[in-house]
Design a protein around this ligand. Structure first.
Ligand code: GDP
Ligand code: ZN
Length: 448
């Protein structure tokens, strides 16, 4: 039996646990003889073949299908074998063990996608969108990821890149011929064209920021005195009875988190222990956690009982909130005072009047949460950006703006344009250093 070369990688590609089918994927060079071992005959390209998978002693491990994708027409660009068996964890492990016995090694996290990138099957932004698609927590995020995977974001980035290259050539040509001068650039409309690139970058950045909201969502923390209705509001927002609601003050001792969706944006909402002076040791721990949650929040929703209004204790909480955090004050239990739900601008920010229990005015809170988050996109053109992309786009924009400033120092201008192009290229991975690639792919799971 021919043993395959050592850079053959294998992994269980399906999710752990039990399922109807499970898939073991193998990638590497020259795998046709390995495929023949599993299928018992000459494998046929891109056709599902019934096969009996056997261990070294010839005993049956499973019956299933074998798929054979010879290079270069495969996900990784190498030979790929897919073994589809029954989706039980033990069967899958036995099948994987058989692959390792036959000379494959266990794939590292993201190694299949990394090979696809290195073989030019995907650029870096597309490779990342594979992970984003799998991890998407909302349908809107999944749709955006699959658009990036299909290359729409990469195409825009390449378009920007080409325009920057043209502009660089123009400016550098002016530098090379001393009798050419700024007039030549003016005639070639170079400055207008740089302006256009800058405004395109701004537009892409805005869409990317919206995508970052889709991807990462918003961290919302509910704070307030015990019994003002924090848990009731979380239940109301989540639409289910998950947090414990009681009449006894101080029941919610630990932070409870729910992720809900508003217009496809994941909102991670944390219900916290009531922030009040206490001697109860357990409650004190809960309160310390509350402050830790607040430190990570994008939005703090401060609840008060409309009957009590804002108290000194609430003012004390307000004074301790971090400076940059958005805040919304909710006056809850309007049903008890026969007040209409609604919105008002208070000196400390937006005030909403609602009833968590009766559900009145809760829609307005949802809208307000999206507004403070800066969500304004509803279209298909949101870019599911990663922090890395935002940084690169911001850097490129800063460089392009600096190039415009440098219109009387053409060498500087050329240099700024070069740096802008480099920043843009980082998104698709043309100039991405190996260690960064390592970081990006290590966050994938095994089998991707
Ligand atoms: P928390 O301690 O702030 O989490 O408060 P809970 O959500 O546990 O609520 C405390 C009590 O207030 C419970 O009896 C709730 O049913 C009640 N409650 C909460 N919201 C409302 C509301 O909008 N109207 C009325 N009438 N009661 C409410
Ligand atoms: Zn509670």
């Amino acid at each position: 039996m021919a043993s395959p070369p050592s850079d053959v990688i294998a992994a269980i590609a399906t999710a752990p646990g039990r399922g109807g089918i499970g898939v073991v994927r193998i990638s590497g060079p020259n795998l046709s003889s390995l495929a023949a071992v599993f299928s018992g005959r000459e494998p046929q390209a891109r056709l599902a073949q019934f096969a009996r998978f056997r261990d070294a002693a010839g005993a049956l491990i499973d019956e299933g299908l074998l798929l054979w994708f010879p290079a270069p027409h495969s996900f990784t660009g190498e030979d790929i074998i897919e073994l589809q068996g029954h989706g039980g964890p033990v069967v899958m492990q036995m099948l994987l063990a058989r692959c390792l016995e036959l000379g494959a090694r266990l794939a590292e996290p993201g190694e299949f996608t990394r090979r696809a990138f290195l073989n030019g099957k995907l650029d870096l932004a597309q490779a990342e969108s594979v992970a984003d698609l799998i991890e998407a927590s909302t349908a809107a995020a999944a749709r955006s990821a699959v658009r990036s995977l299909a290359g729409s974001f990469s195409k825009e980035v390449q378009g920007l890149c080409e325009r920057l290259i043209d502009l660089r050539m123009l400016v550098e040509a002016t530098l090379d011929f001393p009798d050419e001068d700024v007039d030549f650039l003016i005639e070639a409309k170079a400055f207008e064209r740089i302006e256009v690139v800058a405004s395109e970058l701004r537009a892409i950045l805005d869409r990317a920021r919206q995508g970052s909201l889709l991807r990462n969502g918003l961290h919302v923390v509910l704070v307030g005195q015990p019994n003002v209705g924090k848990s009731s509001l979380l239940n109301r927002l989540a639409g289910e009875e998950r947090a414990i609601v009681t009449d006894i003050a101080g029941t919610t001792r630990d932070a409870l988190r729910e992720t809900i969706q508003i217009e496809g944006i994941p909102l991670h909402i944390t219900d916290t222990a009531g922030l009040r002076e206490t001697t109860d040791e357990v409650e004190k721990i809960g309160i310390a956690r509350t402050w830790a949650e607040i430190a990570r929040a994008d939005v703090v929703v401060r609840l008060v009982d409309v009957r009590a209004g804002l108290t000194e204790a609430d003012a004390a909480i307000d004074a301790r909130l971090p400076a940059g955090v958005e805040r919304i004050t909710v006056f809850n239990k309007v049903d008890l005072v026969a007040r209409e739900p609604g919105r008002e601008d208070g000196e400390e920010g937006v005030r909403l009047y609602l009833s968590a229990k009766a559900g009145m005015g809760v829609e307005q809170l949802r809208a307000e949460l999206l507004r403070v988050a800066g969500w304004h996109r509803h279209g298909e053109d949101v870019i599911l950006a990663r922090e890395r992309h935002l940084i690169a786009l911001r850097e490129a924009l800063a460089r392009v703006e600096a190039a415009l400033e440098a219109r009387h120092a053409l060498e500087l201008m050329a240099e700024e344009l070069r740096l802008a192009q480099e920043a843009v290229n980082e998104i698709t991975g043309e100039f991405t250093p190996d260690d960064l690639l390592g970081v990006i792919f290590s966050r994938f799971c095994i089998g991707k």
